[in-house]
Design a protein around this ligand. Sequence first.
Ligand SMILES: [Ca+2]
Length: 256
Amino acid sequence: MRICFAVVIAFVCLSACGGGAAAGIPEYGFQIVHAYPHDPAAFTEGLFYVNGFLYESTGLEGKSSVRKIKPETGEVVQKHELPPQYFGEGIINWKDRLIQLTYKSEIGFVYDFATFDFRSQFEYTGEGWALTQDGKRILMSDGTPEIRFWDPETLKETGRITVTADGQPVKNVNELEWVKGEIYANVWLTNRVARIDPATGKVVGWIDLTGLLSPEEIAGGQTDVLNGIAYDAKADRLFVTGKLWPKLFEIKLTTK
Ligand SMILES: [Ca+2]
């Protein structure tokens, strides 16, 4: 029995211990379902989908805004511009409210979701990068490997996770989206989206979006990085775009 036990331990160790990178995190590619127009002057910082419309926030001082957009045409049907001193960041809806972060001002804004009228502002510490929600909590990224959980009513922190891949922290966790029980996060300065287990922070999949924009569309240095994920839960549609990108894509994931 003793030998048998040792053999079992050795077998378990061979398959699980130190497998790390070798065992690998599953990688996904993509298929384009639709390509839609996107305002090439929009420095996308936040994106989500509700009831037939995309909601987008844009950044840069003097150019920051919140927009309601028809996905099929890219038409901006409603817009609120921020005071020029603020650099707009992530947005998310909660009940009849739209909540927005700013980059380094440590101030967030609450708007009326229907009209975009300003309602109130609130404070948090650190940088503001992105927001999403899971129906119970608001999730917030700040450019570090941490994702904070907020009470959506008080906008106060209730907990946080550290995003890790193969045991290493993942820096620059940026735009967030809650998709079927996972957190999707695009990683700043890369073409990759991490699929994150919200309980542990562990990356359980990588989506490689290299090639989403064609070389011609990138040419001229007019486009910036991938940023912006939105999910239509009712129709199971996943949208992605980037800063100053001329297009917004509906994609399906493929296994590599
Ligand atoms: Ca999002």
